[in-house]
Design a protein around this ligand. Structure first.
Ligand code: PEP
Ligand code: MN
Length: 277
């Protein structure tokens, strides 16, 4: 028996398709779909977020991202707008009709994040926060589970197992690079993780080329590599003025560069007969 019983691929279970119900239509993540999640690292203010959200929607992004609780290495860095940021994201959803993904760092925030956010993100630093994983397992809300900073594939799938074992089948994995000896890039992208996860598990897998590389110039090529390797989509950071971003400006695409990314991904999705609605 595999250590991850519920996350593992078997003869009987089909690929998981995670449904995100929205008033106008239901969005799917997984087999046959190519999903693009985009938005700034952190919600920094109302006008800039709404403007970016509208631009992303017009280009074709499927889901809006935005951090309102940011896990920063230094306690002196910008840590997000908290609930004020959430209200801005909700306004962006009303404006665009796009679902929202945002990171939950603390179970104490679950009640209201559950109400307002369409996908709860568990960040790398919390991949093994088992108390949080167990709480998310009690819900049906989709969870985007990022790979831990130095997590093995088995540790990652066992973290997913915590959520599945609690009764929540809606887990989406996200490869975001791992820590190695290399310092030119922020992390080392494990593209091999994509076909490996597809072989081992029925869960959808996305790639985040922004945190994986730390350099905006690498984001489009690595996003293409991810889709070519079989990923179900990508999550990228986009900022209207990356030089002035309060976090992760160096890895953020400008809106124009996001347009280029979308065009490239659209071509690859078509080659694979994937739906990119
Ligand atoms: C993020 O996506 O906002 C983030 C903090 O990423 P990670 O947890 O992968 O570092
Ligand atoms: Mn970031």
């Amino acid at each position: 028996m595999k250590p991850f019983k519920l996350a593992s691929r078997s003869d009987t279970n089909k690929d998981t398709l995670v449904a995100i119900p929205m008033p106008e239509r239901t969005l799917f993540i997984g087999q046959g779909y190519c999903t693009i999640i985009a938005g700034p690292c952190a919600v920094e203010g109302r006008d800039s977020y709404l403007e970016t959200a509208l631009f992303l929607k017009n280009i074709g992004a499927h889901i809006l991202r935005g951090g309102i609780f940011k896990p920063r290495t230094s306690p002196y860095s910008f840590k997000g707008l908290g609930r004020e940021g959430l209200a801005i994201m909700v306004e962006a959803r009303d404006l665009t009709g796009l679902p929202l993904v945002s990171e939950i760092m603390d179970v104490r925030d679950l009640d209201y994040l559950y109400e307002e956010v369409d996908i709860l993100q568990v960040g790398s630093r919390n991949m093994q926060n088992f108390t949080l994983l167990e709480e998310l397992g009690k819900l049906k809300k989709p969870v985007l589970l990022k790979r831990g900073l130095s997590a093995t594939i088995e540790e990652w799938l066992l973290a997913a197992e915590y959520i599945l074992n609690g009764g929540n089948p809606n887990v989406i994995l996200c490869e975001r690079g791992i820590r190695t000896f290399e310092t030119y890039t922020r992390n080392t992208v494990d593209i091999g993780a994509v076909p490996l996860i597809k072989h081992l598990s029925h869960l959808p897998i996305l790639v985040d080329p922004s945190h994986a590389t730390g350099k905006w110039k690498m984001v489009v090529p690595v996003a293409k590599a991810a889709i070519a390797a079989g990923a179900d989509g990508v999550m990228v950071e986009v900022h209207p003025d990356p030089d002035r971003a309060l976090s992760d400006g160096k890895q953020s695409l400008t809106p124009d560069n996001f347009r280029k990314l979308y065009e490239e991904i659209e071509k690859l999705a078509a080659l694979d007969n994937k739906v990119i609605l």
